[in-house]
Design a protein around this ligand. Structure first.
Ligand code: CP
Length: 303
């Protein structure tokens, strides 16, 4: 049974197929209406991922059962695995899950006994965010038509960002030249496998894509939060007018959002011409339609 849990565990050809599928749907490729049922199970707050999965499901004709984990029997101690077996028994085909725990799916996949729905990871703790990663790939490919040789920098809270973790690895495997900048305390050692840590302004004029990351106040320690200065962070690691102007004309700026305006990106630059932040959100719907087709191995219309 196919799941969509970690974009870096998928064959590169399949990743590229997903990018092309999403762009084909965006360009107007017709979709076959599904008779499947999906549940969206969000243990963490979300605006973009939750609503764009709902939109993607609506456009593909899915029946939706939205479950609030707080209102479910998980609040009485039922495990996620038993919840998923229950939902499958009731007739749910696909479960889209955002969870606070990294790799929440490992335990579910090792459980035996009954079937579970197709699983789609909508973000696990500080682990992976594969659907965000796909929509980021779609946005980059839409701009450049390739990944190999692009100079891509990810800036900010690398340690706590599942977006950074997913993107650093997949973009490296797709041939992009990855570099990373951010506060020293938020530089995970394992990112060295995918690229170099550099000063933010290093080789700035040659960058094609700069991905800024949200400072994840909910995942950093109380001491880090107490010592955090918005002004200082913005000066050191934020996108200001001077940095914006130094980027080449064809360069693009991305951010998974929500954006802390005037922290990662100056308020006036969030909607600037080089920014693709709202296009990323738009592409999220097409990326998630492609993910639903891929995961359920749905046949799709080619015209
Ligand atoms: N980018 C992202 O995952 O946003 P949400 O938390 O609003 O889904």
């Amino acid at each position: 049974m196919r799941h969509f849990l970690n974009i870096n565990a998928i064959e590169l050809d399949d990743v590229l197929d997903l990018v092309h599928r999403a762009l084909a749907i965006k360009a107007g490729r017709s979709v076959i209406q599904s008779n499947l049922t999906v549940t969206n199970l969000f243990f963490e707050n979300s605006t973009r991922t939750h609503s764009s999965f709902q939109m993607a499901e609506n456009r593909l004709g899915y029946q939706q059962i939205d479950i609030d984990p707080q209102q479910s029997s998980m609040s009485k101690g039922e495990s996620l695995t038993d919840t998923l077996k229950t939902l499958k028994a009731i007739g749910v085909d696909v479960a889209v899950i955002r969870h606070t725990v990294n790799n929440w799916y490992d335990q579910v996949l090792t459980a035996t006994g009954h079937e579970i729905p197709h699983l789609i990871n909508a973000g696990d703790g500080s682990g992976q965010h594969p659907s965000q990663s796909l929509l980021d790939l779609v946005t980059i490919y839409e701009q450049f038509n390739h990944f190999a040789g692009l100079n891509i920098r990810i800036v900010g809270d690398l340690a706590h960002s599942r977006v950074a973790r997913s993107n650093a690895e997949i973009l490296h495997h797709l041939g992009a030249n990855m570099t990373f900048s951010g506060p020293k305390d938020w530089q995970p050692n394992d990112f060295g496998k995918f690229g170099q840590f550099v000063a933010i302004d290093d080789d700035w004029e040659n960058l094609d894509v700069v991905i800024f990351l949200r400072v994840q106040h909910e995942r950093i320690t109380q001491t880090e939060n107490q010592n955090f200065s918005t002004k200082q962070y913005h000066e050191q690691f934020g996108l200001n007018r001077a940095r914006y102007e130094r980027l080449k004309a064809a360069a693009i700026i991305m951010h998974p959002a929500p954006v802390n305006r005037d922290v990662e990106i100056a308020d006036e630059l969030v909607e600037a011409p080089k920014s693709r932040i709202f296009e990323q959100m738009n592409n999220g719907v097409y990326a998630r339609m492609a993910i639903l087709e891929y995961t359920t191995e749905a046949t799709y219309a080619t015209h």
